[in-house]
Design a protein around this ligand. Structure first.
Ligand code: DLL
Length: 433
């Protein structure tokens, strides 16, 4: 199902022409309205004439999170506050949060982009949608809300937390779609089970729209089975607009990027050169329709790959593979680069292990140490030591053969790893820098 079929199925040539035209306009617009970009473009000798083909985007300088921090809070805005109708910000675990703002037109575009990903996931105006993303400065709650309202679905704005109550609402109001982070969906499934609720019989859920954090195919399978739904991934980030940058269609095979609004590139994060087609690298995003906060070549730090092959759904836009993680979350374990999602994939394939884990990074002398805590299934944990030992050996073997890493794995009792109501905290970094 489409929301804006013509735009979603444009042929590549027309799409690239559109992108080049919009990019040229936005360069001029940013030059005239944002002192930061005026300085940068002068420094790099960029004018709209610098862009003749889509590849010319590489002439532009990158924008980074540091640029947002340096211009905190409103230095990157192209419009006066009078025209701004909404302000959001990213969580900002370190330092000041990243502030983003929207004009009325931006909000309208955002609602259309989210409507696109909802339609692509099969959501209709007949659906009752429980939104369990936090409503607030985080873009997840309001972002999904306006998009889903746009398509006429009935929304339960549950926000995050109070999980038992979420399950009660879901059951009593007959929610057919659940929207939250994948880790929260998993937690909800667990709570529902503990409440004696059988999703097949007692709930009407049919679709999950999950995003805002990396999650493996294995976790998708687990959520689909335990909630009896089809689970779709969607991607976005505050600096660019929020959710709605990309989302999966019924093929569940990569997220279609809204390329008539965003130009995406994948680069090697170290050399900053484009990777070969289909290779993993950091996705860099340029906005070409944003009014309040246009951003050029934003370094997302998310590692993914692009697929330009045709999709059976009829959309012509490029698909981004599930991001495997952020460059900031990458662990270097004795010289091997590893993302938590890769460890997750392995753990989920091992019988006897529950899908809850955490990675503790610490430092002993000059060496970093990594410990993976995994919850064993309830029945197994209380079983004899011998079985636990066998399980530990199996996990260690798998980590070693598949990822080439040798880490300390510890089985912990069921329900001891903190559950997430939003973005899961997979890594606990105890190192003192
Ligand atoms: O998480 C926006 C969002 C809300 C997306 C709801 C999807 C659904 P931020 O808080 O700014 O915005 O965090 C953005 O989250 O750079 C990625 O590292 C990560 N992320 C977002 N979606 C996905 C996804 C929202 N589907 C950061 N898979 C991004 C993996 C994701 N990581």
């Amino acid at each position: 199902m489409f929301w804006e079929k013509e735009k979603e199925t444009m042929d590549r040539k027309s799409l690239e022409n559109l992108q080049v035209g919009l990019l040229r306009e936005k360069i001029e617009y940013a030059y005239n309205n944002i002192p930061f970009y005026k300085r940068k473009f002068d420094e790099y000798g960029i004018t709209k004439k610098s862009i003749k083909t889509i590849e010319d985007i590489r002439k532009l300088p990158f924008t980074t999170k540091i640029d947002f921090r340096d211009n905190y809070p409103f230095g990157l805005l192209a419009r006066p506050m009078k025209e701004i109708v909404r302000i959001h910000s990213s969580s900002g675990t370190t330092g000041k949060p990243t502030v983003v703002a929207y004009t009325k037109k931006d909000i309208k575009i955002w609602a259309d982009l989210v409507a696109r990903i909802a339609k692509a996931a099969g959501v209709t105006d007949e659906d009752i949608v429980q939104i369990a993303f936090g409503y607030g400065l985080f873009t997840g709650g309001f972002g999904l809300h306006y998009g889903l309202e746009n398509i006429g679905a009935a929304i339960i704005p549950a926000s995050s937390g109070n999980t038992k109550r979420q399950i009660m609402l879901m059951q009593d109001y007959g929610a057919t779609v659940l929207v939250c982070t994948p880790s929260y969906a998993l937690y909800m499934a667990e709570v529902a089970q503990n409440m004696g609720i059988n999703p097949k019989k007692d709930l009407k859920l049919r679709i999950g729209m999950f995003g805002a954090e990396p999650w493996s195919e294995q976790l998708r399978k687990k959520i689909e089975e335990s909630l009896n739904i089809k689970a779709y991934d969607n991607y976005g980030l505050s600096e660019i607009i929020g959710p709605g940058v990309a989302g999966e269609c019924e093929a569940q095979n990569g997220m279609h990027v809204a390329e008539d609004h965003f130009i995406v590139e994948v680069i090697n994060p170290e050399t900053e050169e484009p990777v070969k087609p289909g290779e993993y690298g950091e996705i860099v995003v340029t906005t070409i329709t944003k009014e309040a906060l246009p951003v050029f070549r934003y370094r997302t730090r998310d590692i993914t790959k692009l697929d330009y092959s045709t999709c059976k759904c009829g959309r012509t836009s490029v698909r981004m593979h599930k991001p495997i993680g952020r460059t900031d979350d990458m662990l270097i374990i004795r010289g091997v680069n590893v993302f938590p999602s890769q460890i997750e994939e392995i753990l989920f394939n091992i019988e006897g292990v529950s899908p809850h884990y955490q990675i503790i990074v610490d430092r002993k002398g000059a060496l970093d140490t990594v410990t993976v805590l995994v919850e064993a299934n309830a029945n197994l944990f209380f079983d004899e030591m011998k079985k636990q030992k066998l399980l530990l050996d199996k996990i260690n073997d798998e980590l070693k053969t598949t990822l080439g890493i040798d880490v300390d794995v510890k089985l912990v009792e069921p329900n001891t790893i903190e559950r997430s109501e939003g973005k899961a905290k997979r890594i606990i970094d105890k190192r003192k820098f």
